[in-house]
Design a protein. Structure first.
Length: 499
């Protein structure tokens, strides 16, 4: 299922469920409240009629079989008739019942056919004896029956039954009343249905519109990713916004520019590889032809020595390219950086001694604990020292703990970095290529970042004579103030660095 359809389905389902639950709760709460009010009013009306009709006299108690048509009987029947002409009562009956009786007997009642006799059984009372309504009316003074429909099935009625009192000797009044007051509940029910349907439609439109906006932006990113996969990295991602998709677009734009820059570097490196290898190969071809033509063993030996030097130079260039293309796996661990720095200093010092230079080393007595790959630290510092030894005859190597980081500083007294390339000094093939392919500082930056550090050019050609400060580079690596304790603490630090 497509994303926009999922959004629409989710919003529709949510709206329907919420509206349905809220509507049903409102409906049943209103129904219970309204029915309770109707029951209370019905019992009150029946109670008022009972008190008015029975009152303090006990004439009703004197009616016996055969008194039908008498003045007293007709007075009470007229009373019931007047009630039936109103809006709240349809008909009613005065009847006798005592707990334990299975039937109720009529005293005075309304009957359009004129067949209502004193002492006859009332059929409508029978079900309410069985369901306990009559017992409730006897004990509590009044009760109402459950709603029932008329013969035409259109109108709802209830009986309100009241006990006329202890002195009435089991005499009750039952009034049949319409309960059309419940009709608004039907309207409320239909309103709930209509509201739920309307909410579903609105939710579907909102969900589809929202999903369309999200899906369309995701489709732009998807098409851009496919373009990158096909190698077309020139077209940028131009999605705006501060939401998650906007941040994803900016991240993909950074990825695109990084891939483009990497591709440019690779193309430049390939062309540079071809250029750097072609020159030595041309020389090797000339030397090989000269060695083939000469008959002098000494001359041939001299030529072969030149060939050997060219091959060694060619091999160093290839190693430099491979070091940039395959920096190797980084395995950071918590260790004392003075060990790696000391090994790099020993190698660089031997090279400086051959050219008459000097290396100054300044390490603190306290361990320089850092989380980094020892071999890569040694390699990147050695690269910086070699670059410095090519630039000047005096090189300084310093290590210190600064603000929770280990700072490694390499400085020389050379001419410094030309102003026009200072901003691009860490890019491949930028810098002095007389001693290689110009990848040294690019490799340094790559290894430093692989160890979650940073490298900066902080000084350039200051002072004169012995005090002259040439190029100075600072490498910052994540440090640890406390020395490592047991192996579990060391392993925890290494795991944190790896993540």
């Amino acid at each position: 299922m497509r994303l926009r359809n999922r959004f629409a389905l989710f919003f529709v389902t949510f709206a329907v469920v919420v509206c349905a639950i809220q509507g049903l709760l409102s409906y049943y709460a209103s129904r219970l409240t309204l029915e309770a009010e109707i029951d209370r009013n019905a019992v009150d009306v029946a109670g008022v009629v009972g008190r008015v009709s029975f009152g303090g006299n006990k004439d009703l108690l004197t009616l016996r079989v055969g008194d039908e048509g008498g003045f007293l009987w007709e007075d009470y029947q007229k009373l019931l008739g007047r009630l039936a002409k109103g809006d709240y009562v349809v008909d009613g009956d005065f009847f006798r019942w005592t707990p334990g009786d299975s039937t109720a007997t009529l005293v005075v009642g309304l009957d359009s056919a004129g067949a209502a006799f004193i002492g006859q059984e009332l059929n409508w009372v029978q079900p309410h004896i069985l369901d306990g309504t009559m017992r409730e009316a006897h004990e509590q003074g009044g009760a109402t029956t459950d709603p029932f429909t008329s013969l035409d099935g259109q109108t709802l009625y209830k009986y309100a039954i009241v006990n006329l009192g202890p002195e009435a000797e089991g005499l009750f009044l039952g009034l049949r009343m319409p309960v059309d007051h419940l009709e608004p509940l039907s309207t409320l029910g239909w309103s709930v249905v209509v509201l739920t349907a309307a909410s579903a439609v609105v939710a579907a439109l909102i969900g589809w519109r929202l999903a369309r906006g999200i899906a369309s932006r995701l489709e732009v990113l998807s098409r851009g990713a496919l373009r990158i996969q096909r190698g077309a990295v020139d077209r940028p991602f131009d999605l705006e916004g501060e939401d998650e998709i906007g941040r994803l677009a900016r991240a993909m734009e950074r990825m695109r520019t990084g891939i483009r820059r990497r591709d440019e570097q690779l193309r430049l490196m390939l062309s540079r590889v071809a250029h750097e290898i072609r020159n030595p190969l041309g020389g090797l071809e000339l030397f090989a032809a000269a060695a083939q033509d000469t008959e002098d063993p000494g001359e041939r030996r001299r030529i072969l020595e030149r060939v050997r030097k060219e091959i060694l130079g060619l091999n160093s260039i290839i190693d430099e390219f491979l070091g940039f293309a395959r920096p190797g796996r980084t395995e950071p661990q918590l260790h004392d950086l003075r060990e790696s720095l000391g090994e790099a200093a020993e190698l660089a010092e031997a090279e400086l001694d051959r050219k008459g230079g000097r290396l100054h080393v300044d390490f603190p007595t306290k361990p320089l604990l850092a989380i980094a790959d020892p071999l890569q630290v040694k390699r990147l510092v050695l690269n910086l020292l070699r670059n410095a030894s090519h630039a000047g005859d005096r090189v300084w190597l310093e290590g210190a703990m600064v603000n929770g980081e280990v700072r490694v500083a390499v400085r020389d007294n050379g001419p410094g970095i030309p102003r026009e390339i200072r901003e691009r000094i860490f890019e491949p093939f930028v810098g002095d290529k007389s001693q290689g392919a110009g990848l040294g500082l690019a490799i340094v930056k790559e290894m430093v970042e692989a160890n979650h550090g940073r490298v900066e050019l902080v000084a350039d050609a200051e002072g004169e004579g012995e005090a002259r400060r040439g190029a100075e580079f600072h490498v910052f690596l994540s440090g640890a103030e406390d020395p490592p304790g047991d192996s579990s603490r060391r392993r925890s630090a290494q795991e944190d660095a790896a993540t």
